[in-house]
Design a protein around this ligand. Structure first.
Ligand code: IVH
Length: 704
């Protein structure tokens, strides 16, 4: 057997045979590892085989194949990316636009931590890279998984592609056993220009900007294409780690640098806001000369102990903020104003523009919000654009800040065409002809057609299948429109009856452009996969007014499961304990609470929801930390707390899976009472509710 012969003793014949054997073995191992997530040999064995392969190739260079395993990364494309649930959610950042926003950010942090104005707080400041975020998971020093951000909870497995990026090491030495490195994949501007020239010469797609080029290159099913694209990676954060990297942000990033990652050289730390703002100015000055796109400066609390105490809001950390650069602007012609009808019946005016490039992206539509906005007033009746209205034919200034949706900044009345007339906002729905009314206090006019309005029905369905909601693969906006037009789906429950209803009609679908038996079956399978749905996604998918992704999560976490929630909604009315309970959820206001209750009090809407539920297995919300002693408990804080602020106490309790309420009731499990506690402590005593002091609380949650 050749494998036991030292490389230096191999004859050419033996070397050829050994290379063939290794090639096959490595290929199989690679596919099992990357493609099927089921390794057949250990990491060490894999590495040893690769080393032996490379050594034989070095000794017998003429035997090296063009498609040698040494030059290959990852497995052959699997047809689509597999999904990855992030061990820790990948969050985004809150935005700030001026110095005052930064001072407010600092104030909030001090107040949350109970620090005075004089206390020293150190921040790091670094460029905000305009690329796409990636999470790299290393286990025992080896890259085992690279995942895109996706919706923050679930991303796509792009390991094979990530391995083609030079800045991403495959192996680390002296790294924690588990280390998730997070950062930004980007393409240099110079590389982007070269790539676009080459694409154009080949008659292939050119990219709008380096960010799109980076995203398009990373999300290639064929990693050999990614490999040809010059991508780079800056590490700036981390997810799960088996041991702390350091005690400050700056030191932790330096540790990542020492491990072999590229980190951004324009990173610095300051213990005052003036320092942060001067660093912002410095980076803004250098922006044009950098070979990569940035869209702002990120400030982070440097002390990781403080970061930990500050924790997270639902989608952003409290300890960091992105100070964005001012938006880019451009002037263009407003060609027409069209009215779109949304899923909640809102008549939304949209400006069709002569296409113009703003901040590297071609803009041809912008929202005009509502009729007041077109007339030059905000929701309070105060003038915007100094009260100038917008008309078809006007010359308008468009702006776009980073990933923010384009907007109209201004209009130039001196360029208004002769004979132009003010825009007349419709009072009937352009889609179904029903009256469109504007209720007192509402800034938008709404179609009253409900589900008889095809636009509302279709938009509701599109929302239902969208990414943050049921995310049904193969059923996008286009298919929803087609199925609706053909009368196959009218409401969400119909989607889950498609397979049975198609029984005989499948033929019909197959004959449609783009559909075959295989794609139809794939669609039905994709639909079946979504019968099992997390409670939060289900709630979001319902498309109830004011219930976005975040609110869906808040409601799901609070009520835990569908039947508890339904029971509460069925008994809830305009006033009363159920509404109070809804309003007691941090982040749920009066308007949202009313909308949720209204949806379940509307017979047709409720029937449609119940019909849908019949097709689903709704998974209860996972308690944030189900091992914690306070998980699922309702806690009330009262009196003054001395070791933490009220906000911090509340955030910590919620992170441990507790519900924090402002008032004591039969549902209260625990009262944490500090000095000066009054009526709440008395009520708790009357009701026999367990009461502890602040130290007792800290002991209970293991933070004494
Ligand atoms: S820190 C927990 N630092 O900006 C938050 N993000 O708008 C971790 N980004 O999703 C993010 N440069 O993709 C951080 N220096 C930087 C960044 C950065 C770019 C991206 C990141 C994030 C997005 C939020």
């Amino acid at each position: 057997m050749t494998q036991h012969i030292p490389v230096s003793d191999l004859t050419e014949r033996q070397a050829r045979a050994e290379l063939a054997r290794l090639a096959e073995l490595l290929k199989k191992a690679n596919t099992a590892y990357h493609g099927e997530d089921a390794p057949i040999i250990s990491d060490a064995e894999f590495d040893a085989l690769k080393v032996r392969n490379a050594a034989i190739e070095a000794a017998f260079p003429t035997l090296k194949h063009g498609d040698s395993v040494s030059d290959q990364v990852g497995a052959a494309p699997s047809g689509k990316f597999t999904k990855v649930v992030h061990a820790q959610r990948m969050l985004s950042l809150a935005n700030a636009f001026d110095a005052q926003d930064i001072r407010d950010f600092d104030k909030q942090i001090r107040s949350f931590l109970g620090l005075g104005e004089g206390a020293k707080v150190t921040y790091s400041a670094e460029p905000k890279i305009d690329g796409l975020s990636l999470s790299l998971r290393y286990e025992n020093g080896r890259l085992v998984q690279a995942a895109t951000r996706g919706d923050g909870e679930t991303g796509e497995n792009v390991t094979a592609n990530a391995l083609t990026i030079q800045d991403i090491p495959e192996h680390l030495t002296n790294a924690p056993d588990i280390l998730e490195v997070r950062g930004e994949v980007y393409m240099r501007r110079s590389d982007f220009l070269t790539l676009n020239k080459a694409q154009e010469a080949k008659g292939e797609k050119v990219f709008a900007n380096p960010r799109n080029a980076a995203a398009g290159s990373l999300r290639q099913l064929d990693a050999t294409i990614t490999k040809q694209r010059p991508l780079h990676f800056f590490a700036y954060a981390w997810g799960e780690v088996s041991e702390p990297l350091a005690d400050t942000q700056i030191k932790a990033v330096n540790k990542l640098k020492a491990l072999g990652f590229s980190t951004n050289p324009l990173t610095a730390s300051f213990d005052n806001i003036a320092g942060l703002l001067s660093h912002y100015d410095l980076i803004a000055e250098q922006r044009a000369t950098l070979d990569y796109d940035i869209d702002g400066v990120v400030y982070k609390i440097d002390d990781l102990g403080m970061q930990n105490r500050l924790g997270f809001r639902s989608t952003t950390p409290r300890w960091a903020i992105a100070h964005k650069f001012p938006a880019e602007t451009a002037w263009t012609r407003l060609e027409a104003i069209e009215i779109q009808v949304g899923r909640t019946g809102a008549l939304s005016p949209v400006a069709r523009l002569a296409p113009v490039t703003v901040g590297g992206v071609v803009v041809s539509n912008v929202t005009l919000h509502n009729e007041d906005y077109i007339e030059g007033r905000d929701s309070k009746g105060d003038p915007i654009r100094e009260g100038r209205d917008l008309r078809e034919g006007d010359w308008v200034q468009v702006y776009r800040a980073g990933d923010v949706i384009p907007k109209i900044a201004d209009v130039d009345p001196s360029k208004r065409p002769d004979g132009s007339v003010a825009f007349e906002f419709p009072v009937t729905c352009p889609e179904c002809g029903s009256p469109a009314i504007r209720e007192d206090g509402d800034s938008v006019r709404r179609c009253t057609g409900g589900m008889i309005c095809p636009a509302q029905a279709v938009e509701k369905l599109k929302h239902f299948v969208s990414r943050g909601a049921f995310d049904i693969e193969g059923l996008g906006a286009k298919q929803v429109e087609q199925f609706y037009a053909d009368g196959w789906i009218r409401e969400p429950a119909d989607i889950f009856e498609l397979r049975e209803n198609f029984g005989s009609g499948l033929q019909q679908l197959q004959n449609r452009e783009g559909w075959g038996a295989k794609s139809a079956n794939n669609l039905f399978d994709a639909i079946d996969e979504r019968r099992n749905v997390p409670f939060a996604k289900f709630l979001f998918g319902l498309g109830i007014r004011h219930v976005g992704e975040n609110a869906g999560r808040l409601l799901a976490n609070h009520y835990g499961d569908w039947s508890t929630f339904l029971a509460a909604m069925e008994t809830a009315n305009q006033k009363g304990p159920e509404l109070d309970e809804l309003l007691g959820i941090d982040g749920v206001g009066e308007v949202m609470a009313q909308a949720v209750v209204a949806a379940f009090n509307h017979p047709q809407e409720k029937a449609s929801i119940l019909r849908l539920v019949d097709h689903l297995a709704i998974q209860p919300a996972e308690i944030a930390d189900s091992n914690s002693p306070v998980a699922g408990k309702t806690v009330v804080f009262t009196g003054s707390l001395e070791k933490m602020t009220r906000s911090e106490a509340k955030a910590t309790a919620e992170a441990l899976g507790a519900k924090v309420s402002g008032s004591v009731s039969k549902k209260t499990d625990l009262l944490v009472a500090g000095p000066g506690a009054g009526s709440k402590a008395r009520k708790a005593a009357e009701l026999g509710i367990e009461t502890i002091d602040e130290d007792g609380w800290l002991t209970l949650i293991g933070q004494a």
